[in-house]
Design a protein around this ligand. Structure first.
Ligand SMILES: Nc1ncnc2c1ncn2[C@@H]1O[C@H](COP(=O)(O)OP(=O)(O)O)[C@@H](O)[C@H]1O
Ligand SMILES: O=C(O)C1=C[C@@H](OP(=O)(O)O)[C@@H](O)[C@H](O)C1
Ligand SMILES: [Mg+2]
Length: 174
């Protein structure tokens, strides 16, 4: 994969590193970084949990669909999507056809450790978040794979090691 030129879009479950690695990759490549969740929050003036509270998940998904459609039309950007962006076929189509999609593949156990103290992800505010992550993994892993042009398997290594692997993957030296 040697695709440092066009758009780069990140997909994967909550805590996979889409936002943090995406932001750092954009800085490294001197690209503009967008995060669909952040765009939605800027537009509404409230947090993701508040949107879920006021409009339900379906309200959030409609805002997400709009944001993904707009952002994927831009050129030369790095975009971190929300973990559920792949649920809608129209989002998958926008992502797959308008850029290089990188799936950050991380096991539920690792994601659980990374997200367990975070209150900003409404879908994980349940009695058994690890079980929820396993369910989401089962349902979404095939969708992430169907939309991705490349997959980065991330274990429980350090953030910096993952960033290095990402650069290697995208520059084709992997
Ligand atoms: N190897 C790693 N790769 C990516 N993120 C990591 C890694 N190890 C720890 N993290 C941490 O996990 C969190 C991932 O969160 P975030 O970037 O918000 O993910 P997402 O946007 O996919 O939900 C960050 O706090 C990041 O520092
Ligand atoms: O997986 C999901 O359905 C969601 C993931 C979140 O983004 P991150 O994947 O960046 O945490 C955010 O969009 C919202 O809480 C829903
Ligand atoms: Mg994120």
């Amino acid at each position: 994969m040697n695709d440092m030129a066009g758009n780069i879009f990140f997909v994967g479950l909550m805590g996979a590193g889409k936002t943090s690695l995406g932001r750092q990759l954009a800085a490294r490549l001197a690209r503009t970084f967008y995060d669909s969740d952040q765009v939605i929050c800027e537009r509404t003036g409230v947090s993701v949990p508040t949107i879920f509270e006021l409009e339900g998940e379906s309200g959030f998904r409609e805002r997400e669909r709009q944001a993904i459609d707009e952002l994927t039309r831009l050129q030369g950007i790095v975009l971190a999507t929300g973990g559920g962006a792949v649920l809608r076929a129209e989002n998958r189509e926008c992502l797959h056809t308008r850029g290089t999609v990188v799936y950050l593949h991380v096991a539920p156990e690792v994601l659980f450790e990374r997200t367990r103290h975070d209150r900003n992800r409404p879908l994980l505010q349940v009695d058994d978040p690890l079980r929820r992550l396993h369910e989401l993994y089962r349902a979404r892993d095939p969708l992430y794979r169907s939309v991705a042009h490349c997959v980065l398997d991330v274990g429980d290594e350090t953030y910096f090691s993952t960033f290095k692997q990402l650069i290697e993957l995208l520059s084709g030296s992997h």
